[in-house]
Design a protein around this ligand. Structure first.
Ligand SMILES: Cc1ncc(C[n+]2csc(CCOP(=O)(O)OP(=O)(O)O)c2C)c(N)n1
Length: 626
């Protein structure tokens, strides 16, 4: 493997990288000892980049953890050993890690401890767009943000020093636009953490949260918070820029601040507005804000999602008897992502001037002219086979089942023609919700959950079903990977993030351990239709909680892993095809299409040759091209 730019030991070298690569580089430059995390868009490439760096500098430890709570706890454990620990997750991952997060931030950090929360305004790849700055405030944990690719590296690198200087946990909050943008990066030097012994520091009352210790730690945390609040005025990535004679002040941070910069240039107003750019968005710098208020008649806050800075600014103004107008969400939407157009519209609205750009056509030359298409399971995806088998059994047995589902590729079964997803709230919730539904619903209740998600947070729901004898039929859709987020390995694969072998944790053993005996468990190949339908029928007819492990490797991995697997596309015998449309309307493989509203054809380039359609065609009209 040739050495990527971000894995070079060449300070001052310049290159172009992804935001997530820049963040990974910053973590590496900080002299990290342990990095842990769980995949989740838009954060996943941070860990993957660190794993690539690890190939060239194997002097730190890195792992995909089972879930974000464990990932957080792993990094915390490293920090307890006076090492630098990093925990990586998407924003909703912090919900999973929050139990440890809320209390760990009382104790703070020993070795530098940074948790990265990658937020997703506009829900590009998430079930919500929660604003995790509020988590920082809730936990009294300092929150840092960066405005561009270079700062992403510099800020997160600094976060480890800061964490040790103030003995504080730090949250680095990013958003999709930063994680997935590309930009210039100048490398820095790689720090060597020398002269430290990374042993567990037996500071028992600090790390043991009995109520008696917690009360003491809470006081310490509040004292630390006061110090951090004061320091936020001197935070190296925070910048107050008072413009002579300016009547308007502006506060912003992160990517929105970059939009502000562009907007002010476009509006030719860069010298007319005083700005406070925050690198540390919690705790907020009171002195700097008050200075901005003093020098302004009106202040506008440009921030994505919640009025986090705005509410604070208004409270600060009230407490200090500052009587100026402070506005934010009145001019900028509370949902979705900001962009340059929205920032110009908001700013001109606030300033009460015409928006000179409002009528300009939106530039579209840079967009590919791709036809819009609904999200769909890949051609050859084994999840489709399981869905098809479920529908067949519903029809055969006259059952109208409930499908309590989870998050993964299989959630795409919500769309036509599958439509076999009735719920999806958060990772691991499928089995839990199915427990509740099964108590009341008069009919079969399935819980559909992917293998990675089962390891993540599915297991307690299964144990609950067994313990309370809730009649849930769990189907673990085991495609041997965490497909949705880019095919990361998990405990069931037995492969570590570095590609080295770990120890495989079999799903069967976990289910057995949870109390599912052989009479209540089936393991099938998802693409063996008869096997799968029989298992489903038997599970429906068996009293009590059951598990079907529907196993078939993700089609995208199948050909990578089995290099000798020949892809033999199928074709349709037009003489035999009578346009019943089962392959399109019921099975829904995107490699099969209807031409001119009359002829069913296979798109050879898309067909993976999985052969499922051969099995489902009632007229024997589909066959292999060989
Ligand atoms: C708490 C949390 N962490 C991470 C994610 C991102 N994410 C969505 S689905 C998924 C796992 C998908 O893997 P699996 O359950 O095996 O299903 P597959 O996509 O392979 O079908 C992940 C990590 C999330 N939505 N929520």
């Amino acid at each position: 493997m040739s050495r990527p730019f971000y894995a070079m030991d060449e300070p001052d070298k310049k290159g172009v990288v992804l935001g997530n690569e820049s963040l990974a580089r910053g973590i590496f430059e900080a002299g990290i000892q342990v990095a842990s995390g769980y995949p989740g868009t838009p954060s996943s490439e941070i860990m993957e980049t660190l794993a690539t760096i690890h190939k060239f500098f194997p002097n730190f430890d890195i792992e995909w953890s089972t879930n974000e709570a464990v990932g957080f706890q792993v990094a915390l454990g490293a920090s307890m050993c006076n090492a630098r620990g990093f925990a990586c997750m998407k924003h909703v991952g912090l919900n999973v890690a929050s139990d440890a997060f809320m209390t760990a931030s009382y104790a703070g950090a020993h070795g530098g401890f940074v948790v990265l929360s990658a937020d997703d305004p506009n829900c590009y790849s998430s079930q919500n767009e929660q604003d995790n700055r509020i988590y920082g405030m809730h936990a009294l944990c300092p929150v840092f943000e960066a405005i561009n690719i270079q700062e992403a590296k510099d800020v997160i690198k600094y976060a480890f020093d800061f964490s040790e200087q103030f003995e504080s946990l730090v949250m680095m909050r990013t958003t999709t636009r930063l994680n997935h943008a590309r930009g210039d990066l100048t490398l820095g030097d790689i720090k060597k953490i020398e002269g430290r012994i990374f042993n567990f520091d037996k500071d028992r009352s600090r790390w043991t949260f009995l109520p008696s210790n917690a009360r003491v730690q809470r006081v310490k945390q509040l004292e630390r918070y006061e110090v951090l609040k004061e320091f936020s005025n001197k935070f190296p990535f925070t910048e107050l820029n008072i413009q002579d004679g300016a009547k308007v002040g502006l506060i912003s941070s992160g990517v929105p601040y970059s939009y502000v910069n562009d907007a002010l240039l476009k509006l030719n107003m860069a010298d007319d507005i005083s700005t406070l750019k925050l690198g540390m968005v919690f705790p907020q710098p009171e002195e700097l804000m008050l200075k901005l208020f003093e020098n302004s008649e009106r202040v506008v806050i440009v921030e994505e999602l919640d009025p986090f800075l705005e509410d604070f600014a208004k409270k600060l103004a009230y407490e200090n008897d500052v009587r100026i107008e402070i506005a934010g969400k009145k001019y900028f939407p509370r949902n979705g992502e900001l962009n340059l157009n929205k920032v110009i519209a908001g700013l001109t609205g606030f300033l009460g001037i015409d928006n000179p750009f409002v009528d300009l056509p939106v530039k579209t030359e840079h967009l590919h002219k791709a036809s819009p298409r609904p999200p769909v399971l890949c051609a050859g995806c084994s999840h489709r086979s399981t869905f098809y088998a479920l529908r067949l059994m519903e029809e055969k047995l006259g059952v109208k089942a409930v499908y309590s589902s989870d998050i993964g590729c299989y959630t795409l079964g919500f769309y036509k023609p599958i439509e076999a997803i009735d719920t999806c709230i958060c990772m691991g919730a499928s089995i839990g919700m199915a427990n509740g539904i099964a108590k009341l619903h008069d009919g079969t209740v399935f819980a559909l959950i992917g293998d990675s998600t089962f390891f993540h947070t599915g297991v307690p729901g299964l144990i609950n079903a067994v313990y309370n004898q809730n009649n849930v039929k769990v189907i673990i859709l085991d495609n041997g990977t965490t497909a949705m987020t880019g095919a990361q390995p998990h405990p069931g694969t037995g492969v570590k993030i570095t590609g080295e072998p770990g120890v495989k944790v079999p799903l069967e053993s976990i289910c057995k351990g949870a109390g599912i005996d052989d009479e209540h468990m089936w393991v099938v190949d998802s693409n063996e239709l008869e096997q799968t339908t029989t298992a489903i029928e038997e599970a429906i007819n068996t009293e009590g909680p059951c598990v079907i492990i529907s196993r078939h490797l993700c089609t995208l991995l199948e050909r990578k892993v089995k290099r000798d697997l020949k892809r033999i596309p199928v074709e349709i015998d037009q003489d035999k095809c009578n346009n019943c449309m089962i392959c399109i309307k019921n099975f829904g493989c995107p490699a099969i299409t209807l031409i001119d509203n009359r002829e069913v054809r296979v798109v050879k380039e898309q067909c993976t040759g999985c052969g499922m359609c051969i099995e489902i065609c009632p007229f024997d009209a589909i066959h292999s091209t060989e």
